[in-house]
Design a protein around this ligand. Structure first.
Ligand SMILES: [Zn+2]
Length: 232
């Protein structure tokens, strides 16, 4: 094999990598396991084979614990009947927490975004997990998301504000637009996360849209500097 460095990229000349999609496995059982692992997002057959061989090398007790954890998670994790957060009870710990402010609801796409906001420790309201965003390209419409239950919650007079904490993508914007329209005529204040130059970024490297939004959504210095001081 001859390697030709070109800048930071290395090209392999002459030998194409093995195509694991077409290689026949020595065992039907390995083949089946590889098929299952390769069905996970972001895992190709090459990686799936490496993981399968790794599991094969572990002792039986380890592998039993591994499969049991996945099985138990699938059987035991429930979606909160109020907000869609995940937990092991019908209502999640955030919805049950009386110290959380019920007047503010942050709308997030999924659990990962909820956890990201929770990790800041700066949001004391509650959440509504949509379970995705509107994406006509992927065939996901409003009826596929927890939007009706959000509107139901918003009808409760104790709710004063909903905060869009959605992805800054076309799908995220479409979802916010749709929900905002459905909330028209209510007393609820609808807000969205600020979009602007990220902390630590240099202006010259920011993209044009981010810079435009940063200018349009500029803040009084006293507000921005206060936010910087508290790290939120
Ligand atoms: Zn909940």
């Amino acid at each position: 094999m001859r390697l030709m460095p070109l800048g930071t990229v290395t090209f392999v000349i002459g030998l194409a990598p093995v195509n694991f999609a077409s290689v026949e496995m020595p065992s039907r059982l390995i083949d089946r396991a590889v098929d299952q692992i390769a069905g996970l997002p972001g895992v190709g057959r090459r990686t799936a084979l490496r993981l399968a061989l790794h599991l094969l090398g572990r002792n039986e007790e380890d592998v039993r614990r591994f499969t049991e954890a996945i099985q138990d998670m699938k059987e035991g994790v429930l979606s909160c009947s109020t907000c869609g957060n995940l937990g092991e009870e019908e209502v999640c710990s955030i919805c049950l927490d009386g110290r959380r402010d019920p007047s503010r609801i942050a709308i997030v796409e999924d659990l990962r975004d909820l956890l990201a906001i929770e990790s800041t420790g700066h949001f004391k309201g509650r959440y509504h997990v949509l379970g995705g965003v509107i994406s006509p390209m992927d065939g996901i419409g409003p009826a596929d998301l927890r939007i009706e239950s959000l509107l139901g919650r918003a009808g409760n007079p104790e709710v004063k504000e909903v905060i869009f904490a959605l992805p800054t993508t076309m799908e995220g914007d479409t979802t916010a637009f749709y929900i905002n329209k459905r909330l028209q005529g209510t007393e609820i204040e609808v807000t969205t996360l600020a979009r602007g130059v990220a902390v630590g970024d240099e202006l010259q490297y920011a993209d044009e849209l981010t810079l435009i939004r940063s200018l349009q959504q500029r803040l009084p210095y006293s507000v921005a500097s206060n936010a910087n001081n508290t790290g939120s």
